[in-house]
Design a protein. Sequence first.
Length: 444
Amino acid sequence: MKYPQATTSREALTLNRRQFITLSAAGALLGASAHTAPAQTVKTSASIVIIGAGAAGTSLANRLVRRLDGAKITIIDPSERHLYQPGLSLVAAGLKPADYVVSSTAHWLPDGIDWIAETATGIDPEARTVTTSGGQTVRYDFLVVAPGLVLDHDAIEGFSLDMVGENGIGALYAGPDYAARTWAAASKFTEEGGVGVFTRPATEMKCAGAPLKHTFLIDDIAKTNGNAGKTEIIYANNSQALFGVPIVAEKVRMLFQDRGIAPALSHVLKRVDAGRRIATFDTPEGEKELGYDYLHVIPPQRAPDVVRQSGLSWADKWTDQGWVEVDMQTLRHLRYPDVFALGDVAGVPKGKTAASVKWQVPVVEDHLVAAIAGSEGTASYNGYTSCPMITRVGRAMLVEFDYQNNLVPSFPGIIAPLEELWISWLMKELALKPTYNAMLRGEA
């Protein structure tokens, strides 16, 4: 199996001064904070429960232990592994090993909190309690809902995760092992050629740039292997727009045109026949079949059942998905002011990336601590989302935007947001993970 080779190790030795300064400042992707001045500690006996020890829950827990003196902080999450999810696209392209994205949950959690290594199975916002799979009932004064989301693979007829890595099927979102198995299937395609079909679901999803990254990378690797004439790449998109930000969608369209990638617009994956290698899509004209040699599956994504059954979800938005009903600026629940939501599960128009979490967590911290102190928070989340959009091995576009689809570049005049640059790739490959880790520790 051939593994693609990036040139960053050699090029990193020849960074000029401006590039080095830019890379050193890469923390703006995750690390630029809305609150840089040391905040005062508040004495309290409040009980705070955080559901989820992912990026959002862990980061907030580390910040709260430094802000609150005497609080009882409990985090509920059964997973012993913490996953650096931004790295999955690198694993699925053979650029990193599976263990690159895996660390210990316990390593990141602060001292002085209670960790219940069980699943949250019930939330009663009236009684202010959370129940767990082990039969515990935990009372809270404030609740932060941050359990991530559910990958609904069962919604795709004929598909199951045991198919990944076999018969030309990939699914990088499902975790590090599946991302590695995705590369096993994708690498065979890049070497042998054929038809590659890449999908994007109709639901909201974490990092909407990930399907595009995988498409671009596999296309680039196939061409690097000398198989451009043997491959046909089809990107099956759920709508008429290739990305949620119009100016970025147009740039992607242009890149597709330049690289010969065919968009199949308003195609939503419905069924997989692995034996015949046929994918069936729902389209405005009815069902349509596409044959494939490689199929990348990204399933519909929804809030976990514990959230959908809690009464905390929106009643008139995303009703099939169940995201938590929160104010889009404060991330505070609109009906239960003692409840906040963070990360993937928050019902806001943008914000299902690690960079979004970095900007969301200080806002929730501000309003939660203010509520405990008997005052009003002032911080506001503007929908900031960052996507280092990989377009080929060694090149990426640094795409940053807000709720209004405005581009909000961290390095204006230095890094053009819609240009394919090596420095943007270097941020993704080398700088992003250390900054992410600092965020987990509550230090960025």
